[in-house]
Write a protein of this length. Structure first.
Length: 349
C-alpha cells in the first residue's frame, strides 16, 4: 500500500499519484491512498480524479504529517504486506514497486528507498542538493549496510505491516522519519536499503524555502536524539557499534553545515592558537563526506555546470549555519511547517 499524506498539495498531487499508477507491477496488488489532511484547496478531488483512494481528515487542532499517518493507519484494513509512505511532492520510478517486491516477504521488515532530486537543474541550490543526495544514497548508506548498520528512514520509507502491528506508529514529532528510525533500531528491527527503488523529491530552490525546511529537519533530529538517547544506551537489542552509529546519525549535521563548522572552528582556533592537531582532526573528519561528494559530482550529468554551482557554497553555507543555530530555538516545538511548493520543469537525478 502506498500512503500519501498531503496538506494543500494541489500543485503536485496529480503527478505523484500518476507516477504510482504507472508502476510496472500488477495493479491489483497495490493500493494508493492519499490523506487530504486539513486541506483547504483541491487536493482531495484532484487525488481522486488521478485514480487514488482519498481519505479526508479534518482535525485542525492536531495538524501535520505524522498525525495524519497515524490517523490513516487506524482507518485502513491490514491486508497489505507493507506500507510505503510517499510525500506528495515526490515521484517514483516505474520499477519502484517491483524492486520492493523483490525483497519480499516484507511484513517483518523496514526498508528505506533511494532518494533523489526531481528538479536538479533549477539553480545552484538544487544542483548541490542532487550531488549530496547521490553521495548519501550511492556511497555512504550502502557502506553502512555493508557494516551491518541500519539506515535512517526518510521519504519513501517502507514499513512491514507486521512491524506496525507489533510496535504501532508512535512517531508524532516534527522529525517523524528519524523518530521511527530511532524507535525501530532501539527495538532491534533491521532497516535495509533498497538503492534501486528510486524516489525523487522536489528540492527547495530558494534560501527562504531552505530555511524553513532545514530548520524543521534539524530541530526534529535533535528532538529525537534528546528523546531516545537514554533508550539507545539501555537497549539490549543492539550492540555498541549500532548504538554509536545512531547517536552519531542524530547528532551530526549534514555535510554543508559540517564544512561550515570546521571553517568557523579553524578561524577561531587560529585566533586563540588552538593546537594544530585539533584543527587537523577537524579537517580529517571531512575526508569521507567530501570524498563521497566528489565521486558523485564526477558521475553527474553536466558535471562542469554542477561544479560551477558550488561557487554559491560560501553564501549557502553561511545561511545554513544561521539556520542551524536558529533551529535550536525550535527544539520542543510540535508544530509541523510545510515547505512551499512550486511547479518547475522536471528532470530527475
Amino acid at each position: 500500500m502506498f500512503l500519501v499524506p498531503a496538506y494543500n498539495e494541489e500543485l503536485l498531487i496529480e503527478e505523484c499519484v500518476a507516477s504510482l499508477r504507472a508502476q510496472r507491477y500488477p495493479r491489483d496488488r497495490f493500493e494508493i491512498v492519499v490523506i487530504a489532511d486539513n486541506c483547504t484547496d483541491r487536493t482531495a478531488p484532484l487525488a481522486r480524479g488521478a485514480g487514488a483512494t482519498c481519505l479526508e481528515r479534518n482535525d485542525p487542532a492536531h495538524p501535520g504529517k505524522p498525525q495524519a499517518v497515524s490517523w490513516a493507519l487506524k482507518q485502513l484494513p491490514a491486508n497489505a504486506d507493507a506500507v510505503v509512505i510517499i510525500d506528495a511532492d515526490t515521484v517514483v520510478d516505474t520499477d519502484f514497486a517491483s524492486v520492493l517486491a523483490r525483497l519480499a516477504p516484507l511484513r517483518e521488515k523496514a526498508i528505506q528507498v533511494r532518494n533523489g532530486v526531481s528538479n536538479p537543474n533549477e539553480n545552484a541550490i538544487t544542483r548541490m542538493a542532487a550531488v549530496l543526495a547521490s553521495a548519501k544514497f550511492e556511497y555512504a548508506l550502502p557502506l553502512r549496510r555493508m557494516a551491518g548498520l541500519n539506515v535512517p528512514l526518510g521519504a519513501g520509507s517502507c514499513i512491514g505491516t507486521g512491524v506496525l502491528e507489533r510496535h504501532g506508529w508512535q512517531a508524532l514529532s516534527i522529525g517523524e522519519d528519524l523518530e521511527m528510525y530511532a524507535m525501530l533500531t532501539v527495538l532491534g528491527v533491521e532497516i535495509d536499503l533498497a538503492r534501486e527503488a528510486r524516489l525523487f523529491a522536489q528540492e527547495a530552490r530558494s534560501l527562504k524555502q531552505v530555511s524553513s525546511q532545514r530548520r524543521r529537519w534539524t530541530a526534529g533530529r535533535l528532538m529525537v536524539l534528546r528523546q531516545y538517547f537514554t533508550r539507545i544506551l539501555r537497549s539490549r537489542a543492539i550492540g555498541p557499534h549500532q548504538k554509536l552509529d545512531i547517536i552519531t546519525e542524530l547528532s551530526t549535521p549534514g555535510p554543508v553545515v559540517h564544512l561550515g563548522i570546521v571553517l568557523v572552528m579553524t578561524i577561531a582556533g587560529l585566533a586563540v592558537h588552538l593546537p594544530w592537531w585539533i584543527l587537523g582532526l577537524a579537517w580529517v573528519s571531512l575526508i569521507r563526506p567530501v570524498g563521497y561528494a566528489l565521486i558523485a559530482l564526477w558521475r553527474m550529468p553536466g558535471r562542469w555546470r554542477t561544479l560551477a554551482a558550488f561557487l554559491y557554497l560560501p553564501i549557502y553555507g553561511a545561511w545554513r549555519l544561521a539556520v542551524e543555530a536558529t533551529a535550536l530555538l525550535r527544539i520542543g516545538e510540535k508544530s509541523w511547517i510545510r515547505t512551499a511548493r512550486h511547479l518547475p520543469g522536471r528532470t530527475v537525478q
